[in-house]
Design a protein around this ligand. Structure first.
Ligand code: PCA
Length: 213
């Protein structure tokens, strides 16, 4: 089995992105799972194009996107990607779409196709704070996640896809008042657990992970 894991470059004034740092520390192999990594520009246009190229050449069974969600306290397995770009700040190319579809005419949303609840349970079992998140936002991460799932639903069936949002690293949180953070070693451990669960099972568990907000 093959996994493709992507991570975004720093954006919005931060000098690091835990997604990119975690990517650098992932092993090339986890049990029977081969892991390919791909660094992506935090840009609406470029990120999806690069991902599509990598999926075409790598032909992965599993694709996991990683991105920073500064302010979140837990590893956040995203449940849903929505067909909207609504950027609060310009991306790294200076582009700031407002209320534009990711894919004109595409469905309103796609659900992750990885076992997110099983992954959250395993993360907690390993002593890592984790949640199912019901919004990946409307910036580049959601854009990539939607584009990935659309690709899988249309032109390139054959892989299962998910997205994991990460808290700040401690050094980043130091310059954001009262912000929660997670050590890089824990983030890397968490990414490996998500990949292992995704490789081990296709079906998800039934567990109450709903949230009021
Ligand atoms: N986080 C941003 C884009 C890149 C990243 O790491 C987001 O959540 O959309």
């Amino acid at each position: 089995m093959k996994a493709l894991v992507t991570g975004f470059e720093p954006f919005g004034g931060d000098r690091v992105n835990p997604a990119l740092e975690a990517l650098r520390l992932l092993p090339a192999r986890l049990g029977a799972l081969d892991i390919a990594t791909l660094a992506l520009p935090t840009a609406f246009g470029g990120s999806l194009a690069a991902l599509e190229d990598a999926v075409a050449t790598t032909r992965p069974d599993i694709v996991l996107g990683l991105g920073l969600a500064g302010g979140r306290a837990a590893l956040s397995l995203e449940r849903v990607a929505i067909n909207i770009d609504d950027a609060r700040i310009p991306d790294n190319s200076g582009v700031q779409p407002i209320d534009r579809p990711v894919v004109p005419g595409g469905p309103a949303a796609y659900f992750a196709t990885l076992p997110i609840k099983a992954a959250v349970a395993a993360l907690r079992g390993a002593g890592l704070p984790a949640i199912v998140s019901n919004s990946a936002g409307t910036f580049v991460c959601n854009h990539l996640f939607y584009g990935l799932l659309h690709l899988g639903a249309t032109r390139r069936p054959g892989f299962r896809g998910g997205f994991l949002h990460l808290p700040y690293l401690p050094a980043q949180a130091a310059s954001h008042a009262d912000a929660p953070s997670m050590a890089l070693a824990d983030i890397v451990r968490g990414v490996a657990i998500v990949l292992e669960i995704a490789a081990a099972r296709r079906d998800d568990i039934e567990a109450a992970e709903g949230a009021m907000s």
